[in-house]
Design a protein around this ligand. Structure first.
Ligand code: HEC
Length: 123
């Protein structure tokens, strides 16, 4: 219930920020996130195979306390802006060569946009 309210509040802002690109849909993105859930929690402080993605948008890379990042990710030193996330999620191994994130990427730009709209809702 709480998560629904948060999405309802944040989704319009995400839509406004996306103009004039195709509208991005956090609800659709939540479904795409099923591909991430095996390794990532959206609960703050809950690390699994991958670090918690709570508050990931706007966060420094490799900054979750207690998570053992790869050398490659520690050296990357970027902020996870929507643009950087878009590049990373297209093909993680191309943006961060040597990353331990065993995920091939999402080729479809609309799907990445929706997914990032969902990531923006994670506080
Ligand atoms: C097979 C497990 C796995 C899957 C599936 C996976 N990840 Fe990851 N992810 C990781 C691991 C492990 C890391 C840490 C990478 C490193 O240290 O090189 C990571 C790191 C990340 C980071 C950087 C976080 C930070 O704190 O710097 C982001 C962002 C991310 N993943 C997003 C996603 C998204 C979105 C998906 C779904 C499309 C996804 N991941 C799917 C395992 C996974």
């Amino acid at each position: 219930m709480h998560r629904r309210i948060v999405i309802a509040l944040i989704a319009p802002a995400a839509l406004a920020a996306a103009a004039p690109a195709a509208a991005q849909d956090a609800k659709a993105g939540e479904k795409i996130f099923a591909a991430c859930r095996a390794c990532h929690s959206v609960v703050k402080g809950q690390n699994r195979v991958g670090p918690s993605l709570a508050g990931v948008v706007g966060r420094r890379s490799a900054s979750v306390a207690g998570f053992n990042y790869s050398k490659a990710m520690r050296a990357k030193n970027v902020t996870w802006t929507p643009a950087n996330l878009n590049t990373y999620l297209t093909k993680p191994s191309a943006y961060v060569p040597g990353t331990r994130m065993a995920f091939p990427g999402i080729a479809d730009a609309k799907r990445r946009g929706d997914l990032i709209a969902y990531l923006r809702t994670l506080k």
